[in-house]
Every structure is written in C-alpha cells, then in structure tokens.
Ligand binder design. Structure first.
Ligand SMILES: [Zn+2]
Length: 461
C-alpha cells in the first residue's frame, strides 16, 4: 500500500496546533514530528496549509426512500461529494419500516452502502418497541458496532415514536451505554397546523415553514430532555435550529443533565427570507425543521462557541427541484424534505465561523470532527491526528476562494441552498485511509473503497 509523507503542514487538532511532518503507511498515521526522514512513495509539501483531521458528518441521508422517491445522492456520489469538501466519514441512518426488525433493516442498508467511497456507519432508528426490540438493540451495540439510536418525535404517522416506546428505548439504551438521539418537533401539533393552512388554500412551499414554528421544536426539545431526565440517560438532539431549543438545552445542562446538541450550516447561515423566493423555487429550502427567522442564527453561533452545542452536521438529503420536489407543487406536505450540504460544510464553517471569529480554529476541528468521533464511538481511530489513527486528513489552503454553485458541486442536486455563497479556504488534498482521494481539484475515489465503521459504546460521552 502507498506510503505518504506530508511535510511542513500546520497541524491542527481540537487541542493542539504545531508545524510538523506526518508519515502514513498502511492507511494509518505512523509518525508525527519535525523533519521526519522516511522515504515514501509520495511526498506532499503542505507549507502554508493547515492539516485537519478528516471531517465526520454525523447526520446524512443517502439513498433514503421518501414518499415514492429516493434522495438524489447514493452512497457513492454522496461520500464522493463529502471527500471533495473534506468529509472523510459519514454516519447515515437505518430506519426500519413499521414492524420490520432492526437487524433486517440494517442488512438492507449495509447492502446499499457497499459502494461508498469513504468510511461509513449508521445510527439505528427505533420507531416502536415490541418484545424483540430490546434484544435487537443489544445486538446492534454488541455485534454490529451501532451504539446510537435515533428517535423521531415528529412524523407520527410514519416513523414517529409513541411516548411509552420512547421510555423503553431510553431505558434499554441506558443499560447498553448507548446514546439516544432525537428529532425534536412535536409530531401531533404539526399535522394540526398543516391542516389549518391547507384548509384555507395555503399550499405553497413557504407554508411548510409556517406549519413547523420554532415553539413546536421548543416543545419537542423540552419533551425529549424531560424523558431523558426521568430515565437518567444521556441525550443528543439532532439539528437544533432555534433560540428556544438552545435555551432549553442550556437550562438542562446547567442543571447537570447530559444533553448534547447538533446544528447544521443551513440553520447558522440562512434565514426564512429564503421562503420568499418566487414560484416554486423556495421548495429547495423545504426541510424539517425549517429555516428560521432572523435572530435564531445568532443564538446557535453563540451556543456553538460556548460549547453548549457540540457538533455541526449537514442533514444532507438532496432532492432534485425538478422531478422530485415538484411532487408537492400543489401541496407543500408532498414536497420531499431535505437539501444538499455535505460538500460545503467545512468551507462554510471556516469562512463564516473561523474567519468571522465566531469559532477558533481548534473549535472548528472540534465541532466538525473530534466531538462527533467521541460522541459516536469512533475516537481516536477518527476525529484527531495521532500515531495509530486512521490516516483521514484534510490539507487545507486558507486562501482558496470559491463561490458555491449547484453547477460545480459534486453531489447530485439541481439546486444549492448555498448558491452564490462566497467561501475562503478549501482542501487542496484530502487523504482517506492513507490514499490521496482529492488531489488538487481531482477526485480519485474508488467505488466500494469505504469501510463499515464498527463503533464502541459510550466511551467518550
Ligand atoms: Zn435528518
């Protein structure tokens, strides 16, 4: 296997920054130090570049079947787009159908994921609790390396979980040392608001946002936290979007509860004026929770900086505006929810976080890589730069300027919710398991080269 020597990079982890060389062999980091003298198959001069641990996107939906269609990126194109932007591992989801076994659903997702070009893992969604669920959850943790379980308070009619089942999932996760994650929007109130809007002919995409106001996320966040408090189990809240949810999380943490939060670039950088776009264009921004009014973004940035929200993921789940999203042109409830972001996360967080002093460089590494690795049981194999770790590295040119456009992104989507955003800073090289897979603008990925990541429970909560 190819050996690689990276010279003179400015290595940045969540806790350190130093200028040194990195020697890589057999897909692993073998040595880090000044003036390393190894003869390698290839040498990269990283002078003037940062070297970050490969970013981990802990929330993506590739090849996700939704409403008689499937999210536009498959495991190959989605992970390839990730690599082009500096993301070297993903965590997707297994979501069983009602009545389907967890392990049966996992088997199907693993089959689909075999074509991934970077390493991948799954969170297991638990949508109900039957006599087999506890044992299957245990098998997920022990045999399958899945120590995180997703619950949906929204989507009651399909994958949403009932209260009693949520209690049982939390109790079982507690016994297993696993992390429960929750999508926190009240699943009974949303259909009520949707109906109120549809009944008066408000069917356009913009009404999607009105059907899911921030107070409904606040209620969901409070509910999940209260359940976790009652059971005494750690909780991770996915895609936090609003001030009220942030305040609810901070209050619980201040009272000593173990609660973590994740947010996404779209909630940090966009406001609900996106829903004013003419015609059906605003359907590109139909996602759940929706983009919030001006003001909420500031709360999210402050919580991220203060460590009250720990991770940034993308919820990458693209659908083509023409041919998929337009299934809902007469009724916003039929618009598949989601947007693309996996390729843009690092450049956006660097430009609008680090360069605008909303995050330090180390915090940038922490929220995009280190904390996701720790919380989801992949650390220190991933999430940092140390001898023995997987050689997943991003060699970052802080001066590269780009303008985001759907036309130049590698993911499959005819629109970008970040169209026209200027970014500064981009990867020059991305190393995945010791191989240079993004090489000065060229994507050299190999279908199926990604490996399934067997994760460990609870080690770094
Ligand atoms: Zn999601």
């Amino acid at each position: 296997m190819e050996s690689l020597l990276i010279k003179n990079g400015d290595i940045v982890t969540a806790i350190d920054q130093l200028n040194a060389d990195i020697y890589i062999e057999n897909g692993l980091i073998q040595a880090i130090g000044k003036d390393l003298d190894f003869s390698a198959d290839r040498q990269i001069d990283a002078q003037g570049h940062y070297v970050f641990p490969g970013a981990i996107d802990a929330h993506v939906h590739l090849e996700l079947p939704v409403m008689d269609t499937v999210s536009a990126d498959d495991f190959e194109t989605g992970t390839a787009a990730g690599i082009a932007g500096g993301t070297t591992s993903i965590i997707d989801f297994v979501t069983p159908n009602r009545g389907q076994s967890l392990l049966g659903a996992l088997h199907e997702r693993k089959d689909a994921a075999r074509k991934a070009v970077s390493d991948y893992a799954f969170h297991m969604a638990v949508i109900g609790f039957d006599p087999h669920t506890a044992q299957e959850m245990e098998q997920c943790v022990i045999n399958e390396g899945i120590p995180s379980f997703k619950t949906f308070l929204a989507y009651k009619e399909t994958i949403g979980i009932e209260d009693q089942a949520l209690i049982e999932v939390m109790k079982t996760a507690k016994k297993l040392g696993a992390l429960v994650t929750s999508h926190c929007e009240n699943g009974d109130l949303i259909p009520e608001l949707q109906k109120q809007l549809i009944d008066v002919g408000k069917t356009d995409p913009q009404y999607h946002a009105q059907s899911r106001p921030s107070f409904i996320e606040e209620e969901g966040t409070h509910k999940a936290i209260t359940f976790a408090r009652t059971v005494g189990v750690p909780l991770y809240i996915v895609h936090v979007t609003c001030r009220e949810a942030v305040e609810t999380i901070i209050k619980a943490r201040a009272a000593g509860q173990t609660v973590f939060g994740e947010t996404c670039p779209q909630y940090l950088l966009l406001d609900d004026s996106v829903y004013d776009k003419p015609g059906f264009q605003s359907a590109a921004y139909v996602m759940s929770p929706p983009i919030r009014p001006k003001g909420h973004q500031k709360s999210l940035w402050e919580a991220l900086k203060a460590g009250q929200i720990q991770t940034v993921a993308t919820d990458h789940c693209p659908f083509q505006l023409h041919g998929q999203k337009d299934m809902g042109k007469d009724d916003f409830r039929n618009i598949p929810n989601g947007a693309a972001g996996i390729e843009n996360r690092l450049a956006l967080m660097y430009t609008y976080g680090v360069l605008e002093q909303k995050l330090t460089l180390k915090q940038f590494v922490e929220v995009n890589s280190t904390r996701p690795a720790q919380l989801f049981g992949m650390y220190p194999q991933k999430g940092t730069i140390c001898a023995g770790a997987d050689a997943d590295l991003v060699i970052w040119n802080p001066d590269t300027e780009n303008t985001i456009s759907a036309k130049t992104c590698h993911h499959r989507c005819d629109t970008s919710i970040f169209e026209g955003f200027q970014t500064k800073g981009a990867p020059t090289w991305v190393i995945v398991n010791g191989k240079v897979q993004w090489d000065e603008g060229n994507l050299n990925v190999e279908r199926g080269a990604g490996r399934y990541i067997h994760r460990n429970p609870g080690s770094s909560l």
